[in-house]
Design a protein around this ligand. Structure first.
Ligand SMILES: [Zn+2]
Length: 468
């Protein structure tokens, strides 16, 4: 009986599916343009079959790998993405010079419970950290749950110690972004807060939804007025071991050795590829991601995926012979992770050259299945985009919501009021891999990545055709 109803329901629903798989309730079906329905289907057919974003990401991840600003990997990625877009025959491919911060991790870090000859923990310096003294540093550990607790304990308890921030990623958040946001203050501001009360170093529990022992790095921010003390992230199992040791012996010492260093700013580049608009060549639609990554793993999800999708969007237009009315720009921004210099430079040049931008889209939420778009701009823009929702597969792109964008396109949004859109993805696995050794090509799914390329290509197609 159940099966019968299932078949009947499938037949019934099947009769109301558009070619792109969109389910329409008959009474409120908007008037979809048949040509657009065909184009949307052609776009998804193309990305799912050719999978060029995925193929490019394979090369970027496995042949070039990690790409922290100022590194050799970042320079290689600039040269290679430029060549890829030139080889595709995009109308104009160019670089924008940008000076970027240059920090190096140096030799593998060491953290040991019980002093220099103690038990090894898994650890990574937090990006931008200063080094320990050459022989390392050893001190008693004070475990805290928050920056506020450091202030409450004050100098009497903190001075001369290593502060151990151990507030976990809150698993109760269905939105993993909220879980991350609820814990990341320890990584960003923990070092300076501890230094304010005389600490000699900090370690934090990695900000991740995983329960393995891979440490997750990221950036920190030192206050100008306070001493800069070394800061490192422990794998969560290592953090648990340290807690256990402190329970047995509150005077447990931790040994920490890191030789990371700051070098002078380095010359790097944003990479831009264009398909020229037929009617409004001087009006731009930006599709972007950031080309730099952290120096662990391969930066496959963060954000090789977004960059290869940006190139993929233009490539899809080119392969399908869709000539855009406005100029489409795929932009690989440099230095999102530890400075945002590329995004700022792009905006600065846009203002200087008085460029008109219709829209900027960024994909920097991992190469997971697209779920929708976040839109920052006038309400009318959001409403117009919502009217296009029926063109998308109703299990894939399910919303346009207010708020969203990207770190790299925000400066343009702020400087010139350009509406900005962020691709939202299925986020449950993002903080398993984020800024860790797990962010590798094998952890990217071909279809999920390509659906993201397709979703952005469709949105760009509609914006280009109908304006905003
Ligand atoms: Zn990113």
């Amino acid at each position: 009986m159940k099966f019968f109803w299932h078949v009947l329901l499938t037949l019934f629903l099947g009769s109301m599916l558009t070619p792109s798989g969109v389910l329409l309730a008959q009474e409120d079906a908007p008037a979809l343009n048949p040509e657009d329905i065909r184009t949307v289907k052609a776009i998804f057919d193309e990305v799912l079959v050719s999978a060029e974003s995925y193929r490019l990401l394979d090369h970027l991840s496995n042949q070039i790998g990690q790409r922290l600003s100022g590194s050799e990997g970042a320079a290689k990625a600039v040269a290679w993405t430029k060549r890829v877009m030139e080889d595709y025959g995009f109308d104009h491919v160019f670089l924008q010079e940008v000076m970027v911060p240059h920090w190096e991790r140096g030799n593998p870090e060491v953290a040991r419970i019980g002093g220099a000859s103690g038990t090894d923990l898994r650890v990574l310096a937090i990006g931008g950290s200063v080094a320990t003294p050459e022989d390392g540093l050893s001190a008693e550990v004070v475990e805290v749950q928050s920056l506020d607790e450091v202030a409450e304990l004050g100098e009497a308890r903190i001075k001369g110690k290593i502060v151990f921030y151990n507030r976990p990623f809150d698993q109760r958040n269905i939105s993993t972004g909220a879980g991350y946001g609820g814990a990341v203050d320890q990584r960003v501001g923990g070092a300076s807060r501890a230094a304010q009360y005389g600490a000699v170093g900090v370690v934090i529990r990695s900000v991740t939804s995983m329960f393995d022992d891979a440490p997750h790095t990221g950036t920190l921010s030192y206050a100008d007025t306070l001493p800069r003390i070394p800061a490192a992230a422990l794998g969560v199992q290592s953090a648990d071991r340290l807690t256990e040791a402190l329970r047995k012996d509150p005077h447990t010492r931790l040994y920490l050795k890191m030789d990371c260093r700051w070098l002078p700013d380095a010359l790097s580049h944003n990479v831009v590829g264009e398909l020229k608009g037929s009617e409004f060549p001087d009006q731009y639609i930006v599709i972007g991601g950031h080309l730099d990554s952290w120096d662990v793993g391969q930066g496959a999800h963060d954000d090789g995926a977004g960059c290869m999708q940006a190139i993929g969007v233009l490539r899809t237009f080119q392969k399908l012979g869709i000539r855009p009315r406005h100029t489409l720009r795929a932009v690989m921004f440099m230095n999102e992770e530890n400075g945002t210099r590329g995004g700022k430079k792009y905006a600065e040049l846009a203002v200087q050259n008085n460029e008109q931008h219709l829209l900027a889209i960024e994909s920097d939420a991992g190469g997971f299945s697209p779920r929708g778009f976040g839109v920052s701009g006038p309400d009318a823009v959001l409403e117009k985009m919502r009217g296009w929702l029926p063109y998308f597969d109703h299990n894939t792109v399910t919303f346009f919501r207010k708020g969203g964008g990207g770190v790299d396109i925000r400066p343009l949004h702020q400087a010139m009021d350009v509406p900005m859109v962020g691709l939202s993805t299925e986020g449950q696995r993002m903080f398993d891999v984020h800024h860790s050794e797990h962010d590798i090509f094998e952890n990217v799914n071909r279809r999920e990545l390509e659906l993201g390329t397709g979703a952005m290509a469709v949105l760009v197609y509609l914006v280009d055709k109908y304006g905003l």
